[in-house]
Ligand binder design. Structure first.
Ligand code: GUN
Ligand code: ZN
Length: 432
């Protein structure tokens, strides 16, 4: 067994709930090392000590670069990669005019696989090593996602998107086919390699009560799957849900009454929530995903990061509603939204959300978004001086966080010096 020491400045997230204090989010090793063997992390600590423990190890020295767990993007739509940055619409028109026609193109399995490959290559270029994606209604779109991830050794989540109303004919299923095709995909993919299946009703406007009930039953039968959907993204949408579900107490109740809340549930957006919805999300152990570049791009609203004190919160790019594949840009947008709400998020909290926060919401805190021994060695190596603008600012920093923050706010794929998946280097030069 060959051991490799990956050397640099290390930020290792602390497991558990959202850290109360910024100083509680990470352990820091100024001259640190991650010891890796067979694709897994053996140990993290000071370089000298680990060098003594592993005298014959190969060494990959990243000097002053920062070593973190690979980023986790907890909400995206890989089928929408080709139509990212489509102009001028709010949610429902954006779906009808841009999104559904694009998703219809994935009726061709070749188009689906190309979209999955492109998306995952963009993720790796941006230091994202795990992600959770909606697919399309076509079962082969889930196959394409999981096959593309397996080809890269990546741990991903995903699921066939179910819709049986308020969508074009060619993108509609029915409660039975949604259930049965999802069940077949669970049998094929859930727990295969590094794949986790996410049962995926798109959102209540495009699922009949019967379809939501069928998917609630499917989750009950497969409780280790994740469940992903959308919740209270725009006020028009919330009003539409109230019309479509006159008997429901609120938007969350359309999911709650069929068993689609609880640990492993990932509610994208979750902006316009009532007090009851917040309480039920917290009591049930559900997770929510903050998608800040999407929320500004589609004009949805300002997420309340106070939720992180009550429930798992992850960050999502939400591409193609989101406008960037970069989790650095996603963190920057989360910071900006925090400022608009009167709360400046600390860089350690932002990085925690993009790593351990994602792992925790996905119920995989021991596998992704962590450097804990035993986890797969998925790492991102950040250059904190990747552009002249960033370099001149970080050079003046008095402490670590002041040196990191310019890269969060202004960094892009040029800041990603290297990425490791399962202990193997993926890329060294982001410009190649
Ligand atoms: N709500 C339902 N579907 C979608 C989608 O594809 N993107 C976003 N941002 N919101 C949605
Ligand atoms: Zn979404």
């Amino acid at each position: 067994m060959t051991t490799t020491l990956i050397l640099g400045r290390i930020l290792a997230p602390r497991a558990g709930a959202y850290p109360r204090e910024a100083a509680d989010a990470f352990d820091y090793h100024e001259r640190g090392a991650v010891a890796v063997a067979d694709g897994r992390i053996l140990a993290v600590g000071d370089a000298d000590a680990l060098g003594r423990d592993h005298p014959g190890a190969d060494r990959r020295d990243h000097g002053g670069h920062l070593i973190l767990p690979g980023f986790v993007d907890a909400h995206l739509h890989y089928p929408q990669t080709g139509m990212i940055a489509s102009w001028g619409k709010r949610l429902i028109d954006w779906l009808n005019d841009y999104t559904f026609p694009e998703e219809a193109r994935l009726a061709d399995p070749v188009v689906a696989r190309a979209a999955a490959d492109t998306t995952l290559d963009l993720h790796l270029a941006n230091g994202t090593t795990s992600s959770c994606s909606f697919c399309t209604i076509h079962a082969h779109s889930a196959n394409a996602w999981f096959e593309a991830a397996a080809a890269r050794g990546m741990a991903v989540w995903g699921g066939r998107t179910c819709m049986d109303r308020n969508a074009p004919d060619m993108l509609r299923d029915d409660p039975r086919s949604a259930h049965d095709e999802s069940a077949a995909l669970i049998a094929r993919w859930h727990g295969t390699g590094r794949a986790t299946y996410a049962i995926t009703p798109r959102f209540s406007p495009t699922s009949s009560p019967a379809q939501l009930e069928a998917l609630g039953a499917l989750w009950k039968a497969n409780p280790t799957c994740a469940m992903q959907t959308h919740l209270s993204e725009q006020t028009d949408e919330v009003e539409w849900v109230a019309e479509l579900f006159p008997d429901s107490r609120d938007y969350l109740d359309t999911y709650e009454r069929v068993g689609l809340i609880g640990p492993g549930a990932l509610f994208g957006h979750s902006i316009h929530l009532t007090a009851r919805e917040r309480d039920r999300l917290a009591e049930s152990g559900s997770g929510v995903v903050h998608c800040p570049t999407s929320n500004t791009f589609i004009g949805s609203g300002l997420f309340d990061m106070g939720l992180a004190r009550r429930m798992p919160v992850a960050l999502g790019s939400d591409t193609g509603g989101g406008s960037s594949f970069s989790m650095l840009r996603t963190m920057a947008a989360a910071y900006e939204i925090g400022q608009l709400r009167g709360h400046a998020l600390h860089p350690s909290h932002l990085l925690w959300l993009a790593t351990a926060g994602g792992g925790t919401a996905l119920r995989a805190a021991d596998r992704v978004g962590t450097l804990d021994p035993g986890s797969d060695a998925d790492l991102v190596i950040l250059d904190l001086a990747s552009t002249p603008a960033i370099a001149q600012r970080s050079a003046r920093a008095d402490d670590l966080w002041e040196a990191v923050f310019p890269t969060i706010m202004m960094g892009d794929d040029r800041a990603v010096a290297a990425v490791y998946v399962g202990g193997e280097p993926v890329r060294h030069d982001p410009r190649v």
